[in-house]
Design a protein around this ligand. Structure first.
Ligand SMILES: [Zn+2]
Length: 258
């Protein structure tokens, strides 16, 4: 259990592959088949947060951001994992894992929506399943989907949590994230605020930070979001989510949090 938890929570350094070079074409049905496997394995290896105040808040964020997304092979689903790690990750099967350490770090629902929008951009471009196929091969994925058993599911989840995307894919996700926020009536500056807060965690407790790649140019990402926010003309609509209630509704025993 401890080792399994470690895999979920403390994914290590990973290689980034060239963008779209030799991209495997993964059938949508295969990705659909991965969804229940991922879901089951996440629940086995970690503690999924089921408090209504938390799940309800993520449903509200998805409902706000969803209309901006293109046609998706799968409706995105958010799974909140109880862990002090500051991370969120798009997994194959349209699942976005959000760690409670991240929820504690962010101070407004708009900041959370911004990080979620970045991950939804990865879901939209199917970055996770494509990168997974590139790293472990289609045969391993197909065998897990066709009943590969617990060990196959375990290695699949580990590989999925460990995925790293190319800089190009990350830049594309940031741009799409800013578009999604604009369409959702949320200031792009919320993404800059989220990045700043997450970067602060990196200074205080670097061991807990997973979401920011140490090689990414955080200042450029913040500057881009700020300039988008300044030039935006659309109207802003506040999110009807009580973030204080969400954060105090977290069950984590790891960290009393702010
Ligand atoms: Zn990303």
């Amino acid at each position: 259990m401890l080792a399994a938890f470690a895999a979920l929570a403390f994914a290590g350094a990973r290689l980034a592959f060239g963008d779209r070079v030799g991209v495997p074409d993964v059938a949508v049905e295969v990705e659909r088949g991965l969804r229940p496997i991922m879901r089951r394995q996440i629940a086995l290896e970690g503690t999924v947060v089921e408090e209504q105040v938390v799940t309800g808040a993520f449903s509200a964020l998805l409902a706000r951001l969803g209309p901006g997304l293109g046609t998706l092979p799968l409706e995105p689903e958010v799974v909140v994992i109880d862990s002090p790690v500051v991370n969120a990750a798009a997994l194959p099967g349209g699942i976005v894992c959000v760690y409670t350490g991240l929820v504690r770090t962010l101070e407004t629902p708009e900041e959370m929506a911004a990080v979620l929008a970045h991950e939804l951009a990865h879901v939209e471009s199917r970055d996770a399943v494509t990168q997974l196929a590139r790293e472990i091969g289609m045969a391993a994925i197909a065998s897990a989907v066709s009943g590969g058993g617990g060990t196959a599911a375990q290695s699949l989840l580990r590989a999925a949590i460990d995925l790293r995307y190319s800089r190009t894919a990350e830049d594309r996700a940031d741009l799409r994230c800013l578009e999604l926020l604009e369409e959702a009536g949320i200031a792009a500056g919320a993404f800059a605020d989220a990045l700043e807060r997450i970067a602060e965690v990196g200074k205080r407790t670097p061991d807990l930070l997973r979401w920011l790649d140490s090689h990414s140019d955080i200042d450029a990402r913040i500057a881009l979001a700020r300039s988008r926010s300044m030039s935006a003309t659309g109207s802003r609509r506040p999110l009807d989510v009580d973030w204080r209630a969400v954060r105090s509704g977290l069950p984590s025993v790891f960290d009393a949090g702010p």
